[in-house]
Design a protein around this ligand. Structure first.
Ligand code: C5P
Ligand code: ZN
Length: 530
């Protein structure tokens, strides 16, 4: 390929502009469907603002997965323009067969703004598929990022929504290591420039600990798996003792201090102590504990972008996406409700993780190629992906792809699959595997290389597992030795890190990344609106 990344992005934006025109000129109600995770909710918030700005009538709903049943229900509605956000690419064929075939919904038009791996080909003139994959764009972008580009193409004023696109990207685990930095990169970084220049996000460097504003510091240290802090990670008492040893008080009147409460000096002392601990225990790159932190400037209580995405996930997963949208759009009644939502979300996930460890022996089945967690109805379908992500990241499972299966609504089984960065680096693609295996088992699946999901009829569980095993078998022998990591210099991106999360697309090391970053999105949308 001799075309540059810039030209490819340019072609994507052209297609986005066509979709934006279609939306702007559409005379009646627009039907929007979005994924119910943080990326999908951020996408929903962006489109809500953008369509409202254009004076459009629309109807928005959130779904845990875009299934045939959801699509079938759409055919009974009076709508004719269907917009799918943060899902849809895995259902290209079904969307065309169900909605866009001439005899189904007369003159229906579909627009997909997604970043998951596409399944099937676009053959209908009435479907506009907005996907970085179609243009071989290897730069990272989320569903909310795609929705943001669409909104920005509709109206330059929508630059104010870049903050939400960044929230979506972070929620989809799209930060990664670029050399010693932990940061956003690629198209996400271009969007970040809009978020910073519109004054919505302040970018800083800081310790890479979750919960700068809301989690007691000793717990932030205790729960820190990446970066790992020897003797401290995983042990609350040790975390408190560690802080005492370095002279940092973990209490404040009426409660505990969090990272944001520390003075600059104290933060430096803490960072030095963590690095020292990592050096003593021979951890690779002991100083890789810092990263970009993003402050949501206009938000009071939930200012940290990372923490904000957890709130959105909680709203989506606990069945209250409307509250998440209200929060995104700055509704002052939303933040006070968050503590309760977050507490029940944490409680459920905590119980799910405990349930896994307590029943590991009976739930976990190791087959030749994969690990299968038969959690049945012991773990809720809406939190199984968090539970399996946490268990998988803890590094306690054998080095095989893991598939968690739980009972879901309507006689279905929900599958949530994860694979390590090392397996992904060897070419494993869970999204493709689950798409094929779920189709064989009468269901639907898809996703990313390192994280994928599926829904299948409960009766076909064995068929699914056999099919997964067959596919994994056909990919060849037992996991090969882990390849050498790509050298971590500021200009190379460590691909293992990129594919760890739900929202990553791979980038090749030879691509001229810095060129794409130089001008920002102005290159594509013109400078007159800046
Ligand atoms: O549900 P879970 O979080 O385990 O799914 C992992 C990833 O796979 C998510 O990004 C989800 O959007 C994606 N997925 C998909 N198609 C499906 C099921 C899940 O793209 N049918
Ligand atoms: Zn997403």
């Amino acid at each position: 390929m001799d075309e540059t990344e810039i030209a490819r992005v340019g072609r994507l934006i052209k297609r986005i502009q066509r979709a934006a025109d279609t939306l702007r000129h559409f005379p009646s109600r627009i039907r929007v469907l979005a994924h119910n995770d943080s990326d999908g909710l951020a996408s929903g918030a962006i489109i809500t603002k953008a369509l409202t700005r254009e004076g459009k009538e629309f109807q928005l709903s959130f779904h845990k997965q875009l299934t045939k049943a959801v699509l079938h229900d759409l055919t009974t509605e009076p709508n004719r323009l269907f917009l799918f956000l943060d899902f849809g690419s895995g259902m290209i064929t079904t969307i065309q067969e169900t909605l866009l075939a001439r005899d189904r919904v007369p003159s229906a038009v579909g627009i997909i703004a997604d970043h998951h791996l596409p399944q099937g080909d676009v053959y209908s003139e009435n479907l506009i598929h907005l996907s970085p994959h179609d243009f071989d764009i290897t730069e990272n972008i989320s569903g909310a990022g795609m929705t943001y580009l669409l909104a920005r193409a509709m109206n330059p004023e929508n630059r104010e929504l870049a903050e939400l696109a960044i929230i979506g990207a972070i929620g989809d685990s799209q930060m990664g290591s670029v050399g010693p930095d932990w940061t956003l990169f690629g198209l996400n970084k271009e969007i970040l420039k809009d978020a910073v220049s519109t004054g919505k996000i302040r970018q800083d460097k800081g310790l890479r600990l979750w919960g700068r504003y809301t989690r007691p510091l000793h717990r932030a240290l205790q729960y820190s798996v990446d970066p790992y802090i020897p003797e401290v990670s995983g042990n609350e008492d040790h975390a408190i003792a560690f802080l005492q040893e370095i002279g940092i008080d973990h209490r404040k009147p009426g409660g505990f201090r969090c990272l944001a409460d520390l003075s600059e000096d104290e933060q430096r002392t803490l960072a030095d102590a963590i690095i020292k601990e990592r050096v003593t225990k021979n951890i690779d790159h002991p100083d890789h504990i810092f990263g970009d932190v993003y402050d949501l400037v206009e938000r009071d209580e939930y200012r940290d972008a990372n923490e904000f995405t957890t709130l959105l996930n909680a709203c989506g997963k606990l069945g209250n996406p409307g509250l998440g949208i209200a929060l995104c759009l700055g509704d002052p009644t939303a933040p006070p409700l968050m503590k309760k939502v977050l507490a029940s979300y944490r409680k459920e996930i905590g119980e799910g993780i405990r349930c896994f460890y307590a029943n590991q022996e009976t739930l976990l089945l190791e087959r030749d190629k994969g690990l299968y967690v038969h959690a049945r109805d012991l773990i809720g379908e809406h939190i199984i992906s968090n539970v399996i992500s946490t268990v998988h990241k803890a590094g306690v499972l054998p080095e095989k792809p893991v598939f968690a299966l739980v009972h879901a609504a309507d006689g279905a089984i929900k599958v949530s699959a994860r694979a390590s960065e090392a397996l992904v680096a060897q070419g494993l693609n869970l999204g493709k595997i689950l798409a094929a295996a779920a189709a064989k088992a009468g269901g639907e699946g898809g996703g990313h290389r390192g994280a994928a999901g599926a829904l299948i009829p409960i009766a076909n569980e064995h068929m699914l597992i056999n099919s997964i095993e067959e596919i994994l078998m056909s990919l060849g022998g037992s996991p090969k030795p882990v390849p050498e990591p790509i050298a971590a210099t500021p200009d190379t991106y460590d691909r293992r890190k990129q594919d760890r999360g739900e929202g990553s697309t791979p980038r090749e090391e030879s691509r001229p990344r810095q060129k794409v970053e130089r001008k920002g999105l102005v290159r594509y949308f013109g400078a007159e609106d800046v």
